[in-house]
Ligand binder design. Structure first.
Ligand code: C5P
Length: 402
């Protein structure tokens, strides 16, 4: 394959049990004429032999930080040699070390010394992956521009089920080919998700049933097509999906509005999936309000975030809105498409007790744009989000004549 031919790929291997799949990856890379040099951590050498990888890669396998080659330190030499550093499998430990900037073995030192792109393919037990500290470390790396591919959801070797398994070698190869063959820059896609909380006093708020599942599924689908995703999330209890996703948490509509406007420059596509509270409380009490027979709450309208984005005259992104309705679905959606000056609107029926009601795992959508419409039938939100993303990109490319 031309795209990988002669590419210098430094494969960093750490001690996850998924290491057994790496032999196949090395073979595939070499078949595609990539030049592969391997660096192993101490733990990885306990799991597989250095000699096997040496034979498969046709190069010396490196593991010693103090190794000197022709008078130059090996970590600097390899850091400069690499076109790409691929960490696969990447354990929670190597992820933490890179996030912290530690340099206590050859692999972490190379990652600190390189200017090459780093791609991390995590592989670990799902509790280790979901641990707050690992999620925090992954977010730090994403914010630094490091790509995180995977992990997959499924049954793990230890018997647990969840996110943590390494992507299949086929998928890693597919993504590598895409990575090296993308002539255009990746799309920047901003997504709002979840509800907002409008505080009445320090312990009470007004909100809605939005779970954030649709917005998070769209963020995942966007990362799968190689986009740089900014996910602005209201209060939800969801783990950030794997991929190149920068997550910013907010509480209120005003905060969401501020964060969107601060980060909107350079976005190619904006998807307003959040169920933004229409009103906020004007007489917020900084102390807990004592119980009384009647309580008067004054409400004022929140800014309409998506309309503000649509109104931009400079660097306006392609704008996609959502319209959750209980009746006259398409009629209301069309009205919002026009009034909010959207490019595309996704209408869904959120009548109570429906399988696709607002906090459920399923959804169906009517996509409506100026001059056309399309129905995406009932599916799990993760599946539907991928179909939706495909349609958004088709329409975005048509409108922008890409
Ligand atoms: O007017 P309505 O809330 O039904 O419109 C829904 C669309 O508008 C969604 O895309 C939602 O994210 C967006 N919206 C917004 N700011 C608001 C209210 C809604 O961005 N204050």
């Amino acid at each position: 394959m031309i795209t990988l031919s002669k590419k210098h790929i430094l494969l960093g291997i750490s001690g996850s049990i998924a290491i057994y799949k790496i032999f196949e990856l090395v073979r595939f890379l070499r078949k595609k004429q990539a030049i592969v040099k391997i660096v192993m951590t101490r733990a990885s050498k306990k799991l597989v032999s250095k000699l096997s990888l040496q034979i498969l890669s046709n190069h010396k396998v490196f593991d010693d930080i103090l190794y000197v080659n022709n008078g130059s330190m090996i970590h600097i030499k390899l850091a400069k040699w690499a076109d790409l550093i691929l960490l696969a499998p990447a354990t929670a430990n190597i992820i933490a070390k890179i996030a912290l900037g530690l340099a206590d073995d050859l692999l972490s030192t190379i990652c600190l010394a390189t200017t090459a792109k780093i791609i991390i393919v995590p592989s670990m037990n799902n509790y280790m992956y979901r641990a707050n500290v690992t999620q925090h470390n992954i977010q730090i790396l994403r914010n630094r521009g490091i790509l995180i591919w995977g992990p997959n959801f499924g049954e793990q070797i230890c018997g647990d089920v969840g996110f943590g398994s390494m992507l299949s070698i086929n998928l890693i190869m597919k993504k590598l080919k895409q990575y090296f063959s993308t002539p255009l820059k990746s799309l920047n896609i901003m997504i709002t998700a979840g509800p907002t909380h409008e505080l009445i006093d320090p312990v009470r708020f007004i909100s809605n049933y939005s779970s954030g599942k649709m917005g998070f599924s769209i963020a995942y689908a966007a990362s799968l097509v190689g986009a740089n995703v900014t996910l602005i999330s209201g209060p939800v209890s969801l783990v950030t999906p794997p991929g190149n996703i920068k997550r910013i948490n907010v509480i209120s509509a005003l905060e969401m509005h501020q964060v969107v406007m601060d980060n909107i420059n350079n976005q190619d596509i904006f998807i307003g999936c959040a169920a933004v509270s229409d009103y906020r409380i004007t007489n917020f009490s900084s102390n807990k309000i004592a119980k009384k027979d009647h309580l008067i709450i004054n409400l004022v309208k929140n800014p309409d975030i998506i309309s503000e984005v649509s109104k931009l005259t400079k660097n306006r992104p392609y704008v996609v809105g959502f319209s959750a309705e209980t009746n006259l679905l398409k009629k209301h959606a069309r009205k919002k498409l026009i009034e909010k000056k959207l490019d595309l609107i996704c209408a869904n029926n959120v009548s109570k007790n429906r399988l696709n009601s607002i906090s459920n795992d399923y959804n169906e959508l009517y996509l409506i744009w100026n001059g056309g419409e399309m129905f995406l039938p009932l599916k799990k939100k993760q599946v539907l989000a991928k179909q939706l993303m495909k349609q958004i990109i088709i329409r975005y490319e048509k409108d922008n004549k890409c």
